[in-house]
Design a protein around this ligand. Sequence first.
Ligand SMILES: Cc1cc2nc3c(=O)[nH]c(=O)nc-3n(C[C@H](O)[C@H](O)[C@H](O)COP(=O)(O)O)c2cc1C
Length: 372
Amino acid sequence: MSKLLFDTCNINHLSLTNRFVRSATWEGMCDNDGNVTAQLIEYYRLLAQGGVGLIISGYAYVRDDGKQLPGKMGISHDSHLEGLKSLTEAVHQLGGVIFCQLVHAGGQTTSKVIGKPPLVPSMTDYAGYQDTPSEMTNADIKEVITAFAEAARRAKDSGFDGVQLHGAHGYLINQFLSPLCNQRQDEYGGSLENRMRFLEETFVAVRSAVGESYPVTIKLTAADHLDGGLQATDSVAIAQRLEQLGIDAIEVSSGTAVSGSMTPVRTEIDSPEKEAYNAKLAALINEKVTVPVMVVGGLRSQAVMQQLLTDDIADFFSLSRPLIREPDLPQKYLNKNGYVATCISCNGCFRPGLKGEGIYCVVEKGQTVNNK
Ligand SMILES: Cc1cc2nc3c(=O)[nH]c(=O)nc-3n(C[C@H](O)[C@H](O)[C@H](O)COP(=O)(O)O)c2cc1C
């Protein structure tokens, strides 16, 4: 039977009403301590009403030294629980399903934000670090793994339907996987088996904190698009290993903040040919694993996504910027055959978030798209 975008599908035992996913998107709407605000809850109500099958939250820091941007969500203390519960309740009341994305920024933050040198797998001249970092000791590694597990427990306690490890875009898990950032000489560095160890131990700790039936997924950078960085052959092996360990879904992304035109958030997606810029990487992974694969990056046209589904490239279709402009996009896809998202991929949505107003589509508001 042919697969359709509005099929009901499962991740672990969780049933989703369609194959559209809101890819994790930092909204810049939490308070200075990472607490959920009324503005953020309102934002998620719009997403839930819009009919997306699964909402993945903006990246939530598992430890205070893993925070990156202002207005970012915290899940590092039990004091965050109350706000997080209000958030999941609001989504559930509207029939939505929500996962929490768990992150430690590693070296992709600054001492100005976290009050101390950022933690990194090893001291390298990686261009993605804006500050002088500090190499993690073995004790640091164990503590951060524990922080991921505690954050996953908090996510479950506060009503999230699952979690997603942020293993992409140059953050700590990606830093451990990438030979560019990880030049450790111990059991956490060197061979792929060693570079994967931090992720494996994190996954096992998270799984043990939340149990077998709770969805644990990952957003994985399938290639850094940097000389000497993580390559697709490695990421296919990583995906296979995660499947053996019991991962429930893999969202395929690529690139880092310093990958030039190959960043995770590419601009000028103005034709069907430029859409789905991670499709080839997703196909490589989907060929080798049986767990659901999500693809993210430049998806705009219903027809493109249906073709990727028919061609077995991916099982789920993740969108970030298009849902900033049109939170009701899934309903439009349902009601207007062949609909194409109106997002012009200008990245102007970052600007109000960085200014402390929370993200929104600047084009929709008639503002200039200049992102400087
Ligand atoms: C404002 C903004 C915030 C983002 N925040 C996150 C995040 O918290 N976690 C993450 O994994 N990716 C984040 N991304 C990347 C998106 O999830 C997605 O991978 C990327 O934008 C490509 O998808 P798109 O073409 O549908 O926007 C963000 C992107 C934007 C535009």
